[in-house]
Design a protein around this ligand. Structure first.
Ligand code: GLA
Length: 678
């Protein structure tokens, strides 16, 4: 046995030595330039860091049992743009998933299985490598998986200006997709290649200007519990003044004709169909609005703003009030944006160095939670928000501490729910974080317990509080049974394509868990000016931002703006004010989109709308413009259909069997497709 192992090791090292040899030079003047010697800072990848001559996990590179000393270690999805500067004639590399993603014993098993002709394919870690030259695919690997042998990439670069190296996830999850470009060399006869940023895009505002005529927007169905204070602001665009009216309002509710706010209390359970009306000097708009008095809230996904993505650990009352002001002054309220939510870090934090946080006990003598000096008057703040026709949200954790080490609600659930209700909050984000430290085991009932406990506490208070679960437990298949209105299906998003590409496009299959009152939550938007170190404009390109909003709308995710509301630029405002796009999210049928086709980098996602039409996203996840087509058979429809471009709010005509359009790099075409005459 020992002998066999020795021979195996010898063979491996011989193989490694053979593969380590740098490619032959083309001519006497040519030199080889290692990919790892270029400036790799330009490489885009979300998880972990790109490494020169090591794997992304910072180990010696190893693919299929063979070690490499030269190369670049990345994690899919990773993209590197290279300007060849006219000097390179050839590129070659050995590519594969780094063995480091599984322990050595598993490595040995997987490699042995591959050698016996039974490669293991149902394991995380699967990557496809692609090489593009001036926008054309020059080379593509097969699906390479953990412990598969490396595949040789070889491309002729004569006449090519720009090279793009892509390692993309082959499965849905990019988990463990550690992608190595081993022994990666250019043959260079002139100027050396240099890495560059992808091309800069112009920010084009696609949403047309709102008409001065009245239009009623936002949710057209609204859930309330009997006995709870009712607040619904009719979202309407159009020249002011607008006079609002509502026919058939149920007993207990009244409408302020000037502000469009419906308030009161409903005692009787049941559904009422109301006709809302908005009049101004230029016209009249009417819309049906269903009020459902029962147990369910959030009959359409929540729309609002949250402090975290911009203020992180430093929210305060002034910032929150300013966000509420901006929600109204920017006109976003007229498109249905409603919640103003405080995230983590609002409480007292004994032991903190910050004098605004460290004074006093976190709970009073009765065990009621006390805010820090950052929020001196929670009730006043909620009143302020409500007086603007908006609603207020707060944050806690079921553990002893929140994610940032502030007091959590553990064993204080009822008191906390009561306090939130007394202050006037309408929304609770409840974040798992350190709950592992108090659960008895990692079993199902222990995972459900904290959510069920808080849901029960919220039910007892005389106020409707939307219950939104946070954190990365894979809970979408059972979260609804806890009584929650939404739950995160992803980790924390950041403002890079790689981050939200991985978050947004991995939601397929979860559509069965979403519906009115219970939504899969893909995390908050990363558009506009964001925090995290210095306040900075989102790093997403304009097309990536259109994709982000379109995808979240199709996925019926709660829509929570995460930027500085006081610094909304024209592009961001335009992006957040498209009523036809928002309608896709707020459609009362509440269907979440699913992927109906995928071909390399292009994908089509579609969802059913209440009126029988389909909302369809043609997405291009690739590095270059591409044409994307949807056929009626994929959509399950027949006959002539009209196609409308929702971002431009423009009819594109009627089509017999399919519709195709060019879609830019990382971009989208968001459509509404209706049978003719519908
Ligand atoms: C977690 C959540 C974030 C945010 C922070 C606050 O990471 O996922 O959305 O609430 O906690 O600490």
């Amino acid at each position: 046995m020992k002998k066999l192992i020795l021979i195996y090791c010898l063979l491996l090292s011989l193989l490694a030595a053979a593969q380590e040899i740098a490619p032959k030079k083309d001519s006497a003047t040519a030199q080889t330039v290692a990919l790892s010697s270029l400036n790799l800072q330009e490489l885009h990848q979300e998880d972990l860091w790109v490494q020169a001559n090591r794997s992304t996990g910072q180990h010696p590179m190893q693919i299929g049992g063979v070690k490499y000393t030269n190369g670049v270690g990345t994690a899919a999805r990773s993209v590197l743009w290279i300007d060849l500067q006219g000097g390179s004639s050839h590129f070659s590399a050995l590519v594969g998933v780094d063995d480091e993603v599984v322990p050595p014993t598993v490595q040995r098993e997987l490699i042995a299985a591959g050698k016996k002709g039974h490669p293991v394919t149902n394991i995380n870690g699967s990557v496809v490598f692609q090489i593009y030259g001036d926008g054309r695919l020059l080379w593509k690997s097969g699906i390479l998986r953990t412990c598969f042998p490396a595949e040789k990439a070889e491309v002729n670069l004569v006449g090519i200006h720009t090279l793009v190296l892509v390692a993309s996830s082959a499965g849905d999850s990019p988990k463990l997709d550690h992608a190595d470009w081993a022994n990666a060399y250019f043959t260079v006869t002139g100027a050396k290649p240099k890495t560059i940023e992808p091309p800069v895009e112009q920010a084009e505002c696609l949403t047309p200007k709102t008409s001065p005529k009245p239009r009623i927007n936002g949710a057209s169905v609204f859930g309330v519990r009997p006995g709870s204070p009712f607040l619904f602001t009719i979202a309407a665009t159009g020249q002011r003044p607008i006079k609002f009216a509502a026919a058939n309002l149920p007993k207990g509710l009244s409408l302020d004709p000037n502000s469009g706010r419906i308030t009161g209390v409903l005692k009787k359970r049941g559904e009422t169909l109301v006709t809302l009306r908005a009049d101004n000097a230029l016209g009249v708009a009417e819309r049906r609005f269903k009020i459902v008095c029962g147990d369910q809230l959030a009959l359409t996904p929540q729309m609002g703003w949250n402090t975290w993505n911009v203020f992180l650990r430093e929210p305060d009352e002034f910032k929150v009030r300013s966000a509420a002001d901006a929600m109204v002054n920017s006109g976003l309220i007229d498109h249905g944006w409603t919640y103003i939510n405080i995230d983590d870090c609002w409480e007292r934090k004994p032991g903190s160095k910050d004098p605004l946080l460290n004074e006093g006990e976190p709970r009073d003598a009765d065990g009621m939670i006390v805010p820090s000096k950052r929020f001196p008057d929670m009730k006043g703040l909620c009143d302020y928000i409500h007086n603007k026709g908006l609603k207020a949200g707060i944050y806690s954790s079921p553990a002893i501490y929140t994610c940032q080490g502030f007091p959590g609600s553990y064993q204080h659930e009822e008191k906390d729910a009561l306090q939130y209700a007394r202050w006037g909050f309408d929304y609770l984000k409840y974040d798992w974080c350190y709950y592992d430290s108090v659960e008895k085991d990692h079993g199902f009932s222990e995972q459900q317990k904290p959510w069920v406990t808080m849901a029960a506490a919220l039910k007892k208070v005389d106020r409707d509080i939307i219950f939104s679960l946070s954190q990365v437990l894979e809970m979408w298949s059972w979260a609804e049974s806890t009584g929650a209105n939404s739950w995160r299906t992803t980790g924390d998003i950041s403002d890079t394509w790689e981050s939200y590409d991985a978050i947004g496009f991995t939601q397929n299959g979860r559509e069965k868990y979403a519906g009115p009152g219970h939504w899969n939550d893909c995390d908050m938007f990363v558009v506009g000016k964001l925090g995290g170190g210095k306040l900075h404009p989102t790093r997403l390109t304009p097309n990536e931002q259109y994709t982000h909003i379109s995808l979240w709308c199709l996925l019926t995710s709660p829509l929570l703006i995460g930027c500085d509301m006081t610094q909304l630029d024209a592009f961001t405002l335009n992006l957040l004010s498209n009523d036809e796009v928002i309608e896709v999210n707020q459609d009362p049928l509440g269907r979440q989109a699913r992927r109906i086709s995928r071909d390399d980098n292009v994908e089509v996602w579609a969802k059913d709308m209440e009126d029988g039409s389909k909302a369809v996203g043609l997405f291009n996840r690739g590095e270059f413009g591409n044409s994307v087509t949807v056929s009626w058979s994929q959509l399950g429809v027949n006959g002539k259909q009209t196609v409308r471009d929702l971002w431009r709010q423009l009819d594109l005509g009627s089509f017999d069997k399919s519709f195709g359009a060019p879609v830019p790099r990382h971009g989208v075409k968001l459509l509404r497709i209706k049978p003719i005459g519908n």
